[in-house]
Design a protein. Sequence first.
Length: 125
Amino acid sequence: MTTPPANTVVWTEIPVRDIDRGIVFYSEVFKFSMQRNDTGPNPMADLSDPDGGVAGHLYPGVPAAPGAGPTIHLNVPDTLEATADRCWKAGGTVQGDPIPLPVGRFQYALDPDGNSIGLFEAKAA
């Protein structure tokens, strides 16, 4: 018998029309240290989690119509407001007001390619 993964979600992929532009956007908004990786069959850039959680990557692809694809929620590096501001400045679109949850709060946004992302801020411990 194989061992099931620890998390239901094991990997995410976000299609972007221009990998270098995608790297700049996600690096600026989430303060990621992203590098283009050309060693595989396609270029990609990792969205790594230094704590070993679920991660993913950007890759050259055709995104769904703006807001029509799945939503990937990403932890903000500081506050929801600061991240939303960086999102606007980097060419994204923030949608609606923050939504409170028992574990924190989030806000929907679109990256420059129209991919739906959630800006998630965990509740302070």
